[in-house]
Structure formats: structure tokens, C-alpha cells
Design a protein around this ligand. Structure first.
Ligand code: PLP
Length: 425
């Protein structure tokens, strides 16, 4: 990068420029170790487009009930193919990852049945879906569903505790990604072990994975190692920064039918539902997804290395395996985490001139500060960061469709903290 340009336009000092520039050069070997994953996923997706004979005519769409939308049906065949499941539900009207997970849990669990989360409590927004927090109507607990959870120990499943709580369990729930926790993501290999363990106790227990932020960070997806159902958001990894909205669910035909009946209506299921001219962007996003996820991984690794060198606690640590695109940095000081997130916003594509402040977000229990300046509002596969305003004041960095922007963002965050006397460099 051109130092003079960065100095003139962003006030970046030479020391900060050198730290980030040298680190990105030194990390090239590390980045290369992720190339093979990108290539394998990329070829898998291209091959699925070919196998399913993707055609220009699939980009047209029907109106009204949405009957006979060939592009919608093909998109779902392609997702099922990539995730190696019988079927998929991929819809722009699924508004988020939370929505996708919520309809799945509601479809699969009846009154009196038990959900056991084995990777701590799930992500913040799901606490209201379950009914642990908030006082909303229609949550799982209010519908008579029993919920329990098992904590991880040193980032590993606690199989003893799982065994002691698994009796009468209908659905075991795993969150692959970090969420708002201080831990690394759970790897596919670890998910595989957990599935084997649970199914050995009772093969009828369904295993569900919240796959948000995990897609295409490894060679295999959870549904390739025995997981029954995965759900996620299209404005994260699998949308490649192109999808405008949406969520996906992959699993057996029966499971996908059950979820479709909740999203639409029994009898209508996945035969209906308009796609609002979104098929092209959904599939183009999927096409870019492995590449974009790779850029996001490189960006996370850069932030990890730079901030851990400066003495901050980070998760994952630099030698930890990665199975999502999140990088958490522990600031132990709200001023620092706010300065960091505001620094990320200054590097945004859209809205770099806006200064974010902490605010009450729907579904989150503490105030959260979010930097999110992408082409798609709220899209966190694009350069973004968020920090819940609670101790130990962690900022979660993610995304970055092009690595160069993440480099710029990294320099700006350091400069922003230094200028506010929050960091000595
Ligand atoms: C993002 C995310 C979700 C869902 O969040 P939405 O903003 O509703 O898409 C769920 N679980 C995890 C781990 C996530 O990172």
C-alpha cells in the first residue's frame, strides 16, 4: 500500500503503517494454508451449478403464490447438493439467521420435548427465541418445550455432562461459531465426534447446528458428518456479500418439509413463496462465497496477530484451528472497544462518515455498538464489528470482502486508539 496516500487521507503514522504492512507480508504462508479449502469449496459450487444445469431462464420468477419458480427450486437443489443433504429451504423472506433457526426449532420441537444445547447457551438473539430472556409470546418455553444446556470445558464438549442430561432429549443443538463468547469456533471434526457420541446413546436424537459464520471455512460442512439439520444467514458467508437478504436450512426431505410448513403453511410448504427477483443475486453470492470467506479469514487472522502482538487477549488465538470468520479482541475497557468499532466504521464502504454509538438492538440484552457499512445493510460478511457493552468489553471483528479494506481498517483502528490516548505504539 502507498504510505503517503494513507497518511494524507487517513492520518496513518509510519509506525502503524509498518506494523500492518509487515504483518500482512509475513502472514502470506499462513494465508496459503487456507487456499486449498477455498479451492475445494469453489469447485464444489461450480460443479453443482453445472450438474443442476443452471440456465438464464432460472433467473426469471413467478408472481403471486410463486408456483413453478424453477430458479427457486434449483437454488434449493444446489444448496442441498453442496451441503450433501436431501433437501434445502433457501428463501429471501427468511429475514436472518435467527429467523432460520427459530422456524427450525419451532418445526422440530413439540410441547413436552426437550432441546439440549451442548455448546453453552446459544447466541444472544436465540435466548428470546427459546424464552430464557425477554418476555415474548411464542417462545419455545412458553409453548411447553423443555430447554437445558451444557457448558464447554476448555473449548471442548463436556461429554460426561451431556450424558447426564441427555435423557428424553429430542434435539441436541450445537453452535459452531464463537457468538458473543470468549472461545474459538467448534471444528467440524469436533462436531463429528459429538454427533457420534449422541447417536450412540440414541440414534433418534436430532442434531442441529447453527452454522452462522462457519460456511466454507473448512472442507466439509456439519451435514457431511452426520448432523441432521443446519441453518444460517445469507447475509453472512454463503451470500458472498451479494445476496440481499435471506436464510437457508438444509437437512432431510422430512425435516425441510416440516420447516417449510412452519414458514408457509401445512399443505403449501416449499411449493409456494415468491423469490422477488432475488435468485440471481442469491446464486451469484453463493458463487463468490468461498472466495469472500477466504478474504474474511485472512482479515480475521491479520487482526488476531496484530492485536495479540500488542498484548490484547484474542479468540481464537493465533495457533487455534479456525471454523468461523470471527475474531474477538478483549479490550477490558469500554473506551477501547468503542474506539475500535468506530475505527472499523471509518473504513466502511458505505457510510464511512457515520460514527456508530452503542444502542439497544432488538434481540440483544445489553447495548451493542456496531460498525456495519456495507452495500447490504447489516451484512456482516462485509467489513464489520460489534461489541456488546458489558465486561470484559470484547469487540467481535468479522468479514471483509476484500482483504485490502481489512488492512486499511486495521490501521485506522490502531490510529484511532492511539489518537485518543488509548494505545501506545
Ligand atoms: C449471526 C448469528 C446468528 C443469527 O444472527 P442474525 O443476525 O439473526 O442473522 C445466530 N448465531 C450465530 C452464532 C451468529 O453469529
Amino acid at each position: 500500500m502507498n504510505f503517503e496516500f494513507l497518511k494524507d487521507n487517513y492520518g496513518i503514522e509510519k509506525e502503524i503503517f509498518d506494523i500492518v504492512e509487515n504483518k500482512s507480508k509475513n502472514l502470506r504462508n499462513v494465508f496459503e494454508t487456507y487456499e486449498q479449502i477455498k479451492e475445494n469449496n469453489q469447485i464444489k459450487i461450480i460443479n453443482s451449478f453445472m450438474k443442476n444445469k443452471l440456465s438464464q431462464s432460472d433467473f426469471s420468477y413467478s408472481t403471486g403464490y410463486g408456483y413453478g419458480d424453477s430458479g427457486r427450486d434449483k437454488t434449493e437443489k444446489i444448496f442441498a447438493d453442496i451441503f450433501k443433504t436431501e433437501d434445502a429451504l433457501v428463501r429471501p423472506i427468511i429475514s436472518s439467521g435467527t429467523h432460520a433457526i427459530s422456524i427450525s426449532l419451532n418445526a422440530l420441537l413439540k410441547s413436552g420435548e426437550k432441546m439440549l444445547s451442548i455448546s453453552d447457551h446459544p447466541y444472544d438473539t436465540l435466548l428470546e427465541v427459546i424464552g430464557i430472556k425477554g418476555n415474548e409470546y411464542g417462545n419455545l418455553i412458553s409453548r411447553g418445550i423443555i430447554y437445558d444446556s451444557v457448558s464447554l470445558i476448555d473449548n471442548k464438549f463436556d461429554f460426561e455432562a451431556i450424558k447426564s442430561k441427555i435423557e428424553n432429549t429430542k434435539l441436541v443443538y450445537i453452535q459452531r461459531s464463537t457468538g458473543y463468547g470468549l472461545k474459538r469456533a467448534i471444528t467440524i471434526r469436533e462436531i463429528e465426534e459429538a454427533v457420534e457420541y449422541v447417536k450412540r446413546i440414541n440414534p433418534n436424537i436430532l442434531v442441529m447446528v447453527d452454522n452462522c459464520y462457519g460456511e466454507f471455512t473448512e472442507d466439509r460442512e456439519p451435514t457431511e458428518v452426520g448432523v441432521d439439520i443446519c441453518a444460517g444467514s445469507l447475509i453472512k458467508n454463503p451470500g458472498g456479500g451479494i445476496a440481499l437478504s435471506g436464510g437457508y436450512i438444509v437437512g432431510s426431505r422430512k425435516i425441510v418439509d416440516m420447516v417449510s410448513n412452519i414458514l408457509y403453511a401445512p399443505g403449501l410448504g416449499k411449493e409456494t413463496g415468491m423469490t422477488f427477483d432475488m435468485t440471481r443475486s442469491t446464486l451469484q453470492g453463493l458463487f463468490f462465497a468461498p472466495h469472500v470467506t477466504h478474504e474474511a479469514l485472512k482479515s480475521a487472522i491479520l487482526f488476531c496477530e496484530i492485536y495479540s502482538d500488542l498484548g490484547f487477549e484474542v479468540y481464537p488465538k493465533n495457533k487455534d484451528p479456525r471454523s468461523d470468520i470471527i475474531q474477538s479482541i478483549v479490550f477490558n475497557d469500554s473506551k477501547k472497544s468503542i474506539a475500535f468499532v468506530q475505527g472499523i466504521q471509518k473504513a466502511a464502504t458505505v457510510g464511512a462518515h457515520v460514527i456508530p454509538y452503542p444502542w439497544d438492538m432488538p434481540g440483544y440484552s445489553d447495548k451493542v455498538i456496531m460498525a456495519s457499512g456495507g452495500f447490504v445493510d447489516g451484512s456482516s460478511i462485509e467489513l464489520s464489528a460489534d461489541g456488546p457493552l458489558r465486561e470484559p468489553y470484547v469487540a467481535y471483528y468479522q468479514g471483509g470482502i476484500v482483504f485490502e479494506q481489512a488492512k486499511l481498517a486495521c490501521m485506522i483502528t490502531l490510529q484511532n486508539m492511539k489518537d485518543n490516548n488509548l494505545l501506545k505504539i
